[in-house]
Every structure is written in C-alpha cells, then in structure tokens.
Design a binder for this molecule. Structure first.
Ligand code: ZN
Ligand code: ZN
Ligand code: FE
Length: 742
C-alpha cells in the first residue's frame, strides 16, 4: 500500500480492524509505504480491505493498494512489526493534525474530557511540534512530563479504543492545562478562562494565545480599533493579517469559497487559504487594501471552545512575534514580550519543541499551491528516485527551509524565515540540530546555493568545506521536477526576485533547458541597473527611475509622473548620478524587479514595507476581463522597452491603473509564451517546469498554464512544495543526490 500511511495512526487502525475481523498476520512499514500480511476467512479479508479503503484515519492518504497472494505462514495473532531499516525510521513522525470530529464529540460528553482543551486521539492532535527524539513514543515528546492517569493508560493500551497508542493521550486529570495571565492575577480553570477571553475580545481587547507550533495574537477581526492597535504594536505596517473564522459559513460572509477551497480549509492540515474577498469588509486594517483574505478554520480544541462562547465569528490570529522575528514558542518569552502588547496572555504548561508556523496555501487552477509550508505539512517527505541518505541541503536566504536526505526521501524542514534576521538564523541552527536527532541524520554531503554571502551557504561550508554549489534557478526547476517525478530534460521557466547566476550577475527570469545533471540558459529578460542594490528591493521607485532613465535619459523628469511627486528631486538626481558612475548599481534581469518597476510607475507601490509587496499590489488590481497587451522585443534576451514606453503614454493619457496592470501582466504572459515556443521549436522539448516566487502570482500562473496546456505542452508546477525559495533546498538536494547516484 502506498501513500502517507505512516505515523498517522494507520498501523493501530489496521491492528484494530484485523482484530475486529479475526484476521491474523502482521503490518510493517517499508520505504514506499506499508505491507500488510493477512490470514483468515476470505469474506472477512475482503471486509477488512474495504474497511481500509473507506474508514482509514483522516490524515492517512492512500495512493494505491495492491493485492498479492503470499505463502501461508500460520500466524497466531496480528502484530505491528517494528521496522529494522534505518531509512524507514523517518516516516514515523507525522505533521500535526487538526482535532478530529470524534474528539469534538468527546469534548462535550466524555466524562474525564468535558471541555478538555488538549483532547486528542490516534487520528488527531499534536505530532511534529512535540517530538524531541526518536522513536515517536510519549517519552520522546514534550508529553513526557505528564504521566497518564489510569483511565488514559487503559485507553492507550486497549486495542479497540480510538486512543490506542495515541502518544499525546491526556485528560482533565492528567494532561496539560491552560493558564490565563494578567499583570496582577492568573486564572487556571478552563471554564473561567473562556468567560474572560470572551469578555476581553468582545470589548475590543488583544490576547496572546499559545497555539500548536507557537503563540498567536488575536483580536476581533471586525473591530477596526482593536486591529489597528494590534498592527501598531506588532510593528507590521503593510502585511495582511490571517483571520480564523468559526466555520465555512462565517468565511462566506467575507470571502468567496470554491468547493476546492472549502475542502482545503476543512482538511486535517487546516492551512491558511488566500481567498478572494467579498465587498462585505472585515476591519480595514486586516487586509490593508488587498483583495484577498488569509482565512483558516479552528484546529485546536481551544479554538472550538472559544468560538462556541463568542458572539464574534472572525478573529485575527496572527503570529505571535514582533516585526520579522520567529514566532514565540516559550511561555517566559511570551510573558515578557507579548504581554506588553496584549491585555492578557494565555499559556499552557506543555513545551512546544518544534516551532511551526501556520501554513499558507492558494488554490490556483484547481490545485493547492503551498506558499508557506509548516504546520500540517512538515516533515512529510518527498520521495526521490535516487538515494538521498546523508545529504544536507542548506537552502537559500529568504523564506528559508533546509532539507535532509534519508533513504530515498527528501525531508524539508518547516518554514524557517529570513536568515538575515539574527533570531531566525538561530532558529535555523536549532532546527537543524533537532532534525539530526529526531531523524538520526548525520550530514555526509552538503549542498548550498551559489551565493557566497547567504548565511545558509556559510553554515553549509562550516559543515563541509567541499560543499557542492547549486545555481539558484536550477535548484528551483529541480525542485519542481522531483516534486512531479520528472527526470528527463524540461524547459525550465524560473522567475523570481533574485538569485546569483553562474556569470556572477543577478538572475531571475530564466528560460532554461534543464535536468538534474545540469542546465543551459537559453533566454532571460533584459538587464536593468538596480540603484542602491538591495535597497532597490524596498524602494521600487528606484527601479522605475532606472528603467525610465535607460529609455528617455533625463527627459522623463518633465513627464510629471505621479509616482515621483513624493520623491525629493535631490534623491532622484543622486540615483541618476549613481547610475552614470556605476556606483552600487548592480544589473539584474529579475522578473520580480520588473514587477516592482511597473508597480512603482503606476504609483501603486513606491516603497514596500514587506517582501514582494509591490508585485502583490500590482496583481491585486489586475482584472481578467482586460485582454490587450503591450509590445516587447525578442533579441537574444527579451526587452520590455516598448512596453514601458506604451505604459508611460497610457499613464499620460489618463488610462486607469487597473487596465495598465492587466495589460502588463498579459505582456509578461505573452513574452514567456513566445520565447518558450521558440525553445520548443529548437529543442523539441514539450515538458515545461515552472518555478520561482513570481509564480505565486495567480493571474500570471493561471494564464500561462492555460495557454501552454491549450498548445499541447505538458505543464508542471509546484503544489506541495513552495515555488518560492522555501522549495530551493529540495532542488539542491535532488541535484546532489543525482551527482552521486548509485
Ligand atoms: Zn481525535
Ligand atoms: Zn488522563
Ligand atoms: Fe528564488
């Protein structure tokens, strides 16, 4: 049997139904899945099989079941066999699983668990976030401090119980407990805590609350004053907040939910879904002018208990951190740091061992695209064709994840973040230590990005001076390839914000012919100077100026463009001077920077307060209904000079920004399509792999995928693995594994 069937209560489930149907034999894990040997009455066996198909635990994803006759062994009983192969050990640890329906029932009526906010069973509850060591047993989790009471222990040992072998099993008598902290007092009784939470939230207050993988800060998402106060205290200017809703109905008041989105929202992974917002608005400060809402549903018992009490059905539930630091996981830190910005802090007395953020996904062309991969997803492995054992891939810099190899699996870490932040890099190092321990991993081969200054590169080189270097965009494409089990050459379209090229320039609009052995760079966009280097990424107006200067010389200063009205002339002159003298003006062909430039030109975003804000705001105003596009030239690179000229003339004619943005997006689609066709004619390759942060743009990806498919291409995108730099480590690891394949 193949699929995600390990560490999700699958073997106990098999054990139970074998018992029910009086079947003897055994179940054990192999690298590719699970083997079940059965002996018994043939009718019972077929019932047993249909039970597996129809009633398996929610987190088990069965890909295929194949049946084979085997030799009669004469088993006396049914056993769960331990696996001996170390490469299988990794599969034992499942991601955290949202509270299941059965537990929600028990929460109301099971005597020792009425209102017990840590209720869980074999099919649900914390997993990865509480694991400290291998193997996955209670003593190796942060539940080790809570000895089971007699009742829990009997359930844990009873084969036919839903809590049979549920490692975090607990109840009101023996398990972890919440404490609500005020500056002057504490409350420890759950019913009283809920009354207080209701009071504070409905009065517009702010509460920090310990979640599964870290703290959240919450407030009423419809109360503008509360949200604004939260935003100011978090020092988070422009990024939309995630909102937890009481249910699908509540979401539908504020956002459109397709069937596929509904399924994803309700899945045991409970990711944040980026949904299209309706006119009916949440508080202004939640989404800050974006047309999407980051929505998710309750996944811990406390969330359900709380919504049951509340008259509010939408709560901002944003990560419990200040600015860009990692989310806080520790009670003491929360009481020190988060207490300052909240009216009360809700902690519990079980440690969070592995920090996990809420995962973020988007549905594009009817399939899930994971943008931030953490809770519910990590540490599920990707299976590769080649042996991966002992390979450590350090990842990139921004939205970093690292990746380790076990057997033929690639295990991506949870979302780490931007390594330039000191605390985040610390998290990276700690997470690596934990992975070494929990997965019994020893790095023998290290692979890093080509960029010599990434902290991940330094870290990798410290582990191994001979670390293999992989070009950033090649890694993006390799990541997409192995996720889709592609091993033959593809046309790799790798578009993003930045990545060091093998010619030492900044790449980011790559048309590659690639496989795991290597790549050939066929085309890219035109290079544009970035005045101020890195600074230009936070000040997109600089890139707009750079584009204009290249086309018009100083003449553009007379165009009276809106976006320049708030930029002092002296600053503009300084930049023109820098470009003339080539002072800190690296050239880049990055697609992200092209989006930045146009976003600034339209005065949509001239200064960005978070990563990729300018392209996101530009996408937000584009409309499918507008079909036209601008001109571009294909030389041995793609030049958008004609497009910029036409945009300027549209702007001067007073054409609406929405129209210009749509036509700009269509132009990029058109250009990518045309160039790809050229490459196809030349090479005969018909498979396209798309990766890189630019493809988080729904407008762009949907159009491209549709156009390519209609023209007979086979198109492959990233779904379970982020197409942004969070997926880079997988590509690095796949390329290294391929170099040393046996
Ligand atoms: Zn459960
Ligand atoms: Zn108990
Ligand atoms: Fe990238």
């Amino acid at each position: 049997m193949q699929g995600l069937v390990q560490g999700v209560g699958f073997r106990p489930f098999i054990y139970q139904i074998a018992h029910r149907y009086q079947i003897k034999g055994c179940v054990y894990n192999i690298t590719e899945g699970v083997i079940i040997k059965v002996e018994g009455d043939s009718e019972n066996i077929s019932r047993f099989i249909s039970e597996i198909k129809n009633n398996h635990p929610q987190a088990a994803e069965i890909v295929s079941i194949s049946l084979e006759d085997a030799r009669y062994e004469g088993y006396d009983e049914f056993q769960i066999k331990k696996s001996n192969d170390s490469s299988n050990l990794v599969s034992e640890i499942s991601p955290d699983i949202a509270t299941c329906e059965d537990c929600l029932e028990d929460l109301k009526q099971q005597k020792h668990r009425v209102n017990y906010p840590f209720i869980n069973c074999t099919n649900c509850g914390p997993r990865f976030s509480i694991v400290k060591d291998f193997p996955y047993d209670r003593v190796n989790t942060t539940m080790d401090e809570f000895p089971m009471c007699e009742k829990c222990e009997s359930e844990y040992k009873e084969i036919l119980d839903r809590r049979f072998h549920a490692q975090p099993v607990a109840c009101n008598d023996c398990g972890p407990k919440y404490t609500l902290h005020y500056p002057e007092k504490k409350i420890e009784i759950i019913e009283e805590i809920l009354v207080e939470l209701k009071r504070i939230l409905e009065e517009g207050g702010i509460i920090s609350i310990k979640g599964l993988g870290g703290f959240h800060i919450m407030c009423d998402a419809t109360n503008e004053k509360a949200v604004e106060r939260l935003r100011n205290s978090k020092k988070r200017e422009g990024k939309p907040f995630a909102v937890m809703f009481s249910g699908i109905d509540a979401i539908q008041k504020f956002a459109y939910v397709s069937d596929i989105e509904e399924k994803s929202l309700l899945s045991w992974k409970r990711p944040i879904n980026l949904l299209k917002a309706k006119k009916n608005k949440l508080a202004e400060s939640v989404c800050l002018g974006f047309d999407t809402i980051g929505a998710f549903l309750p996944y811990m018992p406390i969330h359900y208990l709380l919504f049951e009490k509340l008259d509010i059905d939408a709560l901002v539930l944003t990560s419990g951190n200040i600015s860009e630091e990692p989310i806080i996981t520790d009670n003491e830190d929360a009481l020190k740091i988060l207490a300052r910005i909240s009216d009360a802090v809700l902690t519990y007395n079980r440690e969070i061992y592995n920090r996990t953020d809420d995962s973020v996904i988007k549905i594009i062309n009817d399939s899930e695209q994971v943008l931030r991969r953490s809770r519910g997803y990590a540490p599920n492995p990707v299976y590769l064709k080649n042996k991966t054992e002992g390979i450590f891939a350090a990842g990139a810099e921004l939205v970093n994840c690292f990746c380790i190899g076990k057997g033929n699996q690639a295990i991506l870490s949870q979302h780490i973040g931007d390594l330039k932040n000191y605390e985040t890099f610390d998290f990276y190092k700690k997470a690596f230590k934990t992975f070494k321990k929990v997965f019994r991993f020893e790095p023998q081969l290290v692979v890093t990005d080509l960029h010599p200054d990434y902290l991940s590169t330094h870290f990798g080189e410290e582990l191994n001076k001979e670390a293999i270097k992989v070009q950033h965009h090649h890694a993006h494409i390799a990541s997409c390839m192995v996720e889709n089990e592609l091993y033959e050459p593809v046309i790799g379209l790798s578009f993003d914000g930045t990545g060091l090229g093998d010619d030492k320039t900044i790449w980011g609009s790559e048309f590659l012919i690639a496989d795991l052995d290597g790549y050939e760079r066929k085309f890219h966009f035109e290079y544009i100077e970035l005045p101020g280097g890195d600074k230009a990424t936070y000040e997109p107006w600089r890139i707009a100026v750079s584009n204009l200067y290249r086309i018009y010389g100083k003449e553009f200063l007379d165009f009276k463009l809106d976006f320049l009205k708030n930029i002092p002339n002296s600053q503009v002159s300084l930049i023109l001077h820098a470009i003339d003298k080539k002072i800190n003006c690296p050239a880049s062909c990055s697609a992200g920077r092209l989006f930045d430039a146009v976003s600034a030109l339209l005065n949509v975003c001239t200064l960005s307060s978070f990563h990729a804000e300018a392209p996101m705001r530009l996408e937000a105003i584009a409309s499918e209904e507008i079909k036209g596009f601008y001109d571009f030239e294909i030389k041995n690179y793609v030049s958008f000079k004609p497009m910029i000229q036409q945009i300027i003339s549209d702007l001067r004619d007073g054409i609406k920004k929405e129209v210009i943005s749509s036509k700009f997006h269509n132009t990029v689609v058109e250009a990518i399509f045309k160039v790809t066709n050229k490459i196809k004619i030349e090479t005969g390759i018909n498979k396209i792999a798309l990766s890189g942060g630019t493809f988080q743009n729904r407008y762009l990806l949907e159009k491209l995928e549709t156009m390519f498919s209609k023209s007979g291409y086979e198109v492959f995108t990233q779904n379970k693995i982020p197409c942004n730099d969070g997926g880079i480590a997988l590509g690095q690891l796949a390329i290294a594994a391929n170099m040393f394949k046996v």
